[in-house]
Ligand binder design. Structure first.
Ligand code: SAM
Length: 270
């Protein structure tokens, strides 16, 4: 079986089917075999692996060697047609022609392993969808800006509501830096493979409401936390509440840790 993650094999497949990479579907195909092997190896092995966006099948081919079963969701019918040839010999792979964001995942009961080179235009919605699943481990390639945001610590420029929420749900680590030369076509952004493992934490509040609140605190980054809180209720005396939990009333949202937000939420709503 030919290795798909290779420039000439990928071009051959695209030319044979008279297709080109589609920007609106975030299509940047991996053409370096060592990169797909590395991602697949780090993702785990055995059981079922879920992939989002198999494209020409470069990563899928490697996942097929490591897992008992691979289920791959692909939105582009032209890729689905190519995959029926490129993955012909991978009998343990099922390609589902569907927008992953619309897929009903309720049938997956076991903790899932996910591995994907994500379409960058919908990385965050995909991560949110995966967050609701019973996930064992996710190994996903994302653009560097997103990885920076997901792993950011307080008092840094990338620290955002998304950092707090994702770090609440997952231990996140950066595992591979991937150069732009690894793809066809070459993207404008750098890429990083990150690994997310669920923490299974709980909190005494409704998680959705809590994280909606944190998001509101970050609404206007340059404003102080109090000014952001005023958009929720302009009548409340937030200065006194912040002081009561040991925070300076002129603090900005990006200086607070998750524990600070928990205390603040408790002081405001419990
Ligand atoms: N896995 C391939 C690789 O690494 O070479 C292709 C990765 S490419 C960055 C992203 C893939 O996701 C494309 O094949 C694209 O068509 C597919 N895709 C985009 N939006 C999708 C969606 N909503 N649901 C499923 N697949 C999608």
């Amino acid at each position: 079986m030919k290795t798909i993650a290779n420039y000439s094999v990928s071009m051959e497949l695209l030319q044979k089917y008279e297709r080109r990479a589609k920007k609106h579907f975030g299509q940047n195909f991996i053409i370096d075999p060592s990169v797909v092997e590395n991602i697949a190896r780090q993702s785990g092995e055995g059981g079922l692996c879920l992939e989002i966006g198999p494209g020409l099948g470069a990563l899928t081919q490697q996942l097929s060697k490591r897992y008992d079963e691979v289920i791959a969701y692909e939105i582009d019918p032209n890729m689905v047609e190519i995959l029926s040839e490129s993955l012909e010999e991978c009998e343990n792979v099922s390609v589902i022609h569907q927008d992953f964001l619309k897929a009903d995942l309720s049938e997956y009961k076991e903790p899932l392993t996910v591995c994907a080179n994500l379409p960058y235009y919908i990385t965050t919605p995909i991560l949110f969808k995966l967050m609701e699943l019973n996930v064992k481990q996710m190994t996903v390639m994302v653009q560097k800006e997103i990885s920076d945001r997901l792993t950011a610590k307080p008092e840094t420029k990338d620290y955002a509501a998304l950092s707090i929420q994702m770090q609440y749900y997952f231990d996140i680590k950066t595992i591979i830096k991937v150069s732009k030369e690894t793809f066809h076509p070459r993207p404008n952004v750098d890429s990083i493979v990150i690994q997310l493992k669920p923490k299974n934490q709980s909190m005494p509040y409704d998680e959705r409401e809590f994280f909606d609140f944190v998001k509101k605190c970050f609404q206007f980054r340059r404003k102080t936390l109090v000014n952001n809180l005023k958009t929720i209720d302009k009548e409340r005396n937030y200065n006194t509440i912040l002081e009561s939990i040991g925070l300076n009333p002129s603090i900005r949202a990006d200086y607070l840790t998750y524990d600070d937000y928990l205390k603040l939420y408790g002081a405001l709503y419990a």
